[in-house]
Write a protein that binds this ligand. Structure first.
Ligand code: DLZ
Length: 160
């Protein structure tokens, strides 16, 4: 499970709770959209494959990963959803900006998880280059969006 080579899309359907009747919001960043759209679609497909009605999934875009904090916060405060999945992709550049965004988003989404009654699922991929992001958004290491959906299904069943 903890292995670097764990495929993010691998899960045992027998062990995943049904999402029938659940409402899920997916907030995703437009930065690195080739990656984030694939993550978003992976999450949606896996939610639907496990019983969540298409009409019970709402999507919201924000400009960059940093805005996921505000977007997810609004969605949590709306009390309309059983889970919020936040999706972004930050790719390391030449400056420390990468670290500030990653730390900010991680801290912001962590805080949200203990400030509201809605689980916020951490769908931020943070990579050294585009290839690593591609590997985790439907490439050789699966799709982090699938993993987020499965996590949301577990959290909704456990605490919903
Ligand atoms: C500015 C910036 C940079 C350099 N890199 C990324 C990135 O790799 N992934 C991402 O989602 N967003 C990036 N951003 C944008 C910030 O998240 C944010 O939108 C801006 O700093 C404005 O608040």
């Amino acid at each position: 499970m903890a292995s670097e080579l764990h495929n993010l899309s691998d899960y045992d359907p027998q062990k995943v709770p049904s999402g029938a009747g659940r409402k899920v919001a997916v907030v995703y960043a437009e930065w690195n959209s080739d990656i984030t759209y694939a993550l978003r679609d992976g999450a949606i497909n896996t939610l639907v494959a496990n019983g969540v009605a298409k009409g019970d999934i709402e999507t919201f875009s924000v400009p960059g990963s940093f805005e996921l904090i505000y977007g997810a916060s609004r969605l949590v405060k709306s009390n309309k959803y059983d889970a919020v999945i936040a999706i972004g992709c930050v790719i390391r550049g030449d400056t420390p900006h990468f670290d500030y965004i990653c730390e900010g988003v991680t801290a912001g989404l962590s805080q949200l998880n203990i400030s509201g009654d809605t689980p916020v699922i951490f769908g931020l991929i943070t990579t050294n280059n585009l290839e690593q992001a591609q590997e985790r958004s439907g490439g050789r290491l699966g799709n982090k969006g699938d993993e987020c959906a499965v996590t949301a299904l577990h959290m909704m069943a456990q605490f919903g």
